[in-house]
Design a protein around this ligand. Sequence first.
Ligand code: AZC
Length: 876
Amino acid sequence: MQPRAVLEINKPATSSSNGSGKQDVAADIVAAEKYTVTGAPAGPSKLYQGVAWSVHNKLVDAFEATQAYWKEKDPKHVYYLSAEFLMGRTLTNAVHNMGLEGEYAEALKKLGSSLEEVRSQELDAALGNGGLGRLAACFLDSMATLDLPGWGYGIRYRYGMFRQAVKDGLQVELPDYWLDNGNPWEIRRPATQFKVGFYGSLQDGKWVPGEEVIAEAYDVPIPGYKTKTCSNLRLWDALPTTELDLQAFNAGDYVKAVEQKRKADEITAVLYPNDATEEGKELRLKQQFFFVSASLQDTIARYLEKHSDLSGLPEKACFQMNDTHPTIAVAELMRLLIDVHGLSYDDAWAITTKTVAYTNHTVMPEALEKWPVRVLAKLLPRHMQLIEEINDRWLASIKDHVAGKVEKELAAKAAAVAEAKAAAKAEAQAAAKAEGKELAEDEEEAAEEKKEEVDHVAEALKAYSIIQENQWNKGEMLVNMAYLAVVGSFAVNGVAAIHSEIIKTDIFPQFVELFPERFQNKTNGVTLRRWLAYCNPELSALITEALGTDAWVKDASLLEKLKPFAEDASFRARWRAIKQQKKAALAAHIKEVTGYEVSTEPLFDIQVKRIHEYKRQFMNAISLIYRYKTIKEATPEERAKMVPRVCVFGGKAASAYYMAKKIVGLVLSISETVNNDPDVGDLLKVVFLPNYNVSEAEIIIPGAELSQHISTAGTEASGTSNMKFALNGSFIIGTMDGANIEIGENTGFENLFIFGVKAEEINRLREERKDFKDYDPRWTAALDMVKAGAFGRPDYFDDLVASVNDMTRGNDWFLLANDFASYMDAQDEVDKLYRDQEEWTRRSIIYTASNGFFSSDRTIDQYAREIWSVQPTPLP
Ligand code: AZC
């Protein structure tokens, strides 16, 4: 565990002056080095610490100025509540955003080093799993850059996303000790503390918690690009209310004496390493409530410094809930307003539903959090009571609507039945008449029908209820957090156009019917600072030269002006040379990490993202097996015509995700077999780069020529790496899913390699799969090789193969077999185009030129205008 002393390092050095009034940055760095962790040896690591603390001081100055200004002006703020912020490294970003790169480069040169050298010493802040957490980090950058008053709020996990290593050909997970050398990017705020309660009971309607911890704030300054604005990410740490139980200590019960401390430590210890699936553990709910409660208390306290009446809160604050993880905010805001600040239920509800908004990030049913009532009632009894009340009032408010709907449906049904009966009767009468007989009259069934109607309304209301029965475990009652979020929010949005539609038609249709205006789309974006300007300085310099300005870094729509350059052969040559340079850097990295030597001539084909069945890394792997087989069987003439490839995979599998871990194992096995097969040579190299994270992505993405975004249509909400690759001039092979569709619309679909079935065909195809036999011969051949042990351990891969290829054991839920043939055809098209390097480069330029739309500045501008009503408030 981290020694307190290190964590308490605050603002160490003051800036030195060299006498001429100009700051001496080198002296500053050396002075700051003293504050590094005691005993750190001299060298790049210590130098990094010195540089970081020196930059820290400049950040703090900008931070204090911005926050003081905002406090004085009191504009409306947005508070981005998120259980995850995947920040990556800070140094390069901070230095560049603040325009300090010249000064620091010079200073470091004096000290015999460079920014490049020291930056690599920084550990990633990996307080997130994947897309959702990285999006939050991009959003903070854009909020600050656009001068929008707003903070992020989250948890200061002591262990971030696990480190992934490879042992015996399989993934192993190692703890992420990211705070080991202290964290120069945070400011501890011992004066900002709030109590957060758990458990206990309701006494005279009041909640008396059975356990309490203190939430203590740490501020992480977020510098905007080319602006004085420096925003804030406030992360909460948990402390015991009393460090030591003296009575227990004196009685010699040392375990009990530190019990409170241990419980507090547990809350902020680790990030749950699950992506797009839910853990459902009590500790997870505790984490969620902990940071939400502290954040709301903090916001209200700051609001009350300036205002006496909470009714104006919606004009000053908006809480954006990043997925369902912070949804308990709806109940906690109600509790704070009613129980702590004395408002009536109605007033509290009016305020809550004007300040809270919700973003959905996934349609995976297993990720839509549902907490058992039993767990909620135990951990947060008052909140459970409030949720029941919210639900009762909500259902009462829509009862007439639902009854009307049921009545209409029943009337329509009755009419259809009556019609069918009349037809049958007419038929019978005709038949009877033909036989010369008479028919008897029917009995009345009206009384029956009346009773049925009442039951129908109750039944129909269940679809709207926040509290529902578990369909897999009858009798267990669950709180559907997404429904609570929808009912409690004034805006609900998806993260790409197709996803926002699917939300309306498949996830929340019954709510859309009631308040269609609440549902919106906000297509994701990425910050062009980190994901183009800083990770690809060579390409950025060329873009700036061509456009005659670097204004595109802040106004991404200017990239459009690159289009004419695609037609210029000498520009294309320079573009290609830079891509080669970035490929060489990636090749060197591959060598360093895996030991594999790869040529920089082949096509660099990349799939990096969390490992998930719906993302279909397995399909990519199967295609590579077939490619390998083709190479092995080819004649020399055929081999000469082949397009060589370096195929890179990266991504973490959640530690308990059985199939995902096998997929990693398979890729590693293929890699070992193919890369060591002398027949194959440079025609194919397969690489698994372990521990994919933000910093790895910054090396990998600029070196990509083709990137794979091949999820089953309708499953990937948006994807954001597709945007990063496109902006770096990489082609996309992908399905009509998530933001691929909008990238296609912007780039021109003729420039993407699109394959596979469409989202609207998925349900039907899943139905039909029960007797699917239409396997592509390439598919069968490749899977047979796995089964036969061509990559070792056939038993280990047995379940994986069966999941997509044996309808008695798996049902190929993500339709790999259906899409495989068109995927392989699309891959052939890739090879064909790659042979024409001029045309390939031309289109690569078109990718960068066409995708400025996917800047998170555009996304955040839309949120600010269309949801938050927050205005830019730059310092004068
Ligand atoms: C991800 C989505 O899977 C991804 O498609 C999207 O681009 C990203 O959010 C940002 O919106 N979701 C997650 O990372 N996690 C969860 C729980 O949805």
